[in-house]
Every structure is written in structure tokens, then in C-alpha cells.
Design a protein around this ligand. Sequence first.
Ligand SMILES: *[C@@H]1O[C@H](CO)[C@@H](O)[C@H](O)[C@H]1NC(C)=O
Ligand SMILES: *[C@@H]1O[C@H](CO)[C@@H](O)[C@H](O)[C@H]1NC(C)=O
Length: 223
Amino acid sequence: MDASKALVFLALFIAATTIPRSCASDPDLLQDLCVAETSKGTKVNGFPCKAATNVTTSDFFFAGLANPAAINNSVGSAVTPANVDKIPGLNTLGVSLARIDYSPNGGLNPPHIHPRATEIVFILDGELDVGFITTANKLISKTIKKGEVFVFPKGLLHFQQNKKDKPASVLSAFNSQLPGTVSVAAALFSSSPAVDDGLLAKTFQIGTDEVGEIKSKIAPKKK
Ligand SMILES: *[C@@H]1O[C@H](CO)[C@@H](O)[C@H](O)[C@H]1NC(C)=O
Ligand SMILES: *[C@@H]1O[C@H](CO)[C@@H](O)[C@H](O)[C@H]1NC(C)=O
């Protein structure tokens, strides 16, 4: 094979191996299972696998979504993740769930982004105003009720709010074992170390005193 043929072959090989990957999210696994060995400090794009002899049923089980979570914050919602941090058996499988509960009369899951996953929500109970914003700044929003489904594409800013006078809850599915959450207000106003007040004042076209007021009210992001 001469050099130019080798280059063409290489280009085709790269195309063949990378194009299908652009449709996937977390990479595919190369064995039956790889239960997260969370006690090992080193991570290689996920967790190392537990020794097979140490794998148990409980690595694949989680009861934490069965009941509504206590809502104890100023926005009126509670997210209960069922990801690889809670279910070690999810390591390398590319999926996870969360349950979100919303208080009546305005309970809000504030605008946030999942950098590693598309989210699909199924309403368990109640009714929600949901929406996401595209990179072209177009709002895609809808009021959805019990039994209905809505999708938030990977990486786009989205939110849900319960404006009804009774509680609401959803089950969310993600195509990542650990979708990650960037909550916009918390990221900008309660990061550690803090983002510069002047930068935030200029960004939002407000005064630094107003920035300080927002910072005093935004609770630090919980993991
Ligand atoms: C299995 O787990 C035990 C207890 O955590 C640990 O001491 C042991 O090294 C593990 N076995 C293997 C093969 O990793
Ligand atoms: C959250 O719960 C703690 C302890 O139960 C309580 O002290 C606190 O006031 C609660 N906060 C809110 C915002 O409800």
C-alpha cells in the first residue's frame, strides 16, 4: 500500500469509527458489567470495575425513587438522582434516572443544563410548565400533565415549574450514567471561589449591590 492509499484508508477508518459514535452518548461497554469500584481514587472516564467476586445484587438496586422527597429549599423542588453515584452497577451502561418533586403554587426546577445527557421526563403526577431554549435562543415550551412525556436535548438550558395548587412529580431518564447538572443561577452566583461581582453586574446590566443581594439568596449547589 503506498502512502496516499494508506491515507485514504486511514481517513475511511476514522470516519467509520467516529461517525456512529456521534449518535451515542456514554461510550459502549466492552464486558457484561463493570460495577463501579467507587473506593478507588483513580477514574478513567468513569469508574474502574469492581472484582467480579465482589459484585452483589445491591450494586444494581436502588429504592430511593419510591416516595416523594422532602422539599426543603426556596425554589420548591427536590431532585433525587438514581445515577452511578447511587447505583454502582450503572457504571459504563450509559443510562440513569432521577425523580423530581415540585411543591404546589410555583415549585420550580430552575434553569439548568446537563452537559452529558439528553433528558426525557414522564409526569408521574400533576401538571408542569416545561421548556428548553435552543442555541438560536428559541424557547420550546409546553404545559404537560400526568402520563405525558417531554424531551430536553443534551446540553440545552431547560426548566420545569408547577403552577397548580397540588404537588407534581416526574421520572426523568438520561442517556448517561452521570448526566451532570449546571444550575445557571447557582453556578454564577454561588460558585466557589465566587465569580467577580463586577463581571456579573455587567453581564446582567445591574448594579453590584443587586449582585450582592442575589448572591445572598442563592443557596450553594448541592451535589
Ligand atoms: C473484595 O472486597 C473486599 C472488601 O471490601 C476487599 O478487601 C477485597 O480486596 C475485594 N476483592 C477484590 C478481588 O478486589
Ligand atoms: C430545611 O430543613 C432544616 C432541618 O430540617 C430546617 O432547619 C430548615 O429550616 C429547612 N429549610 C427550609 C428552607 O425549609
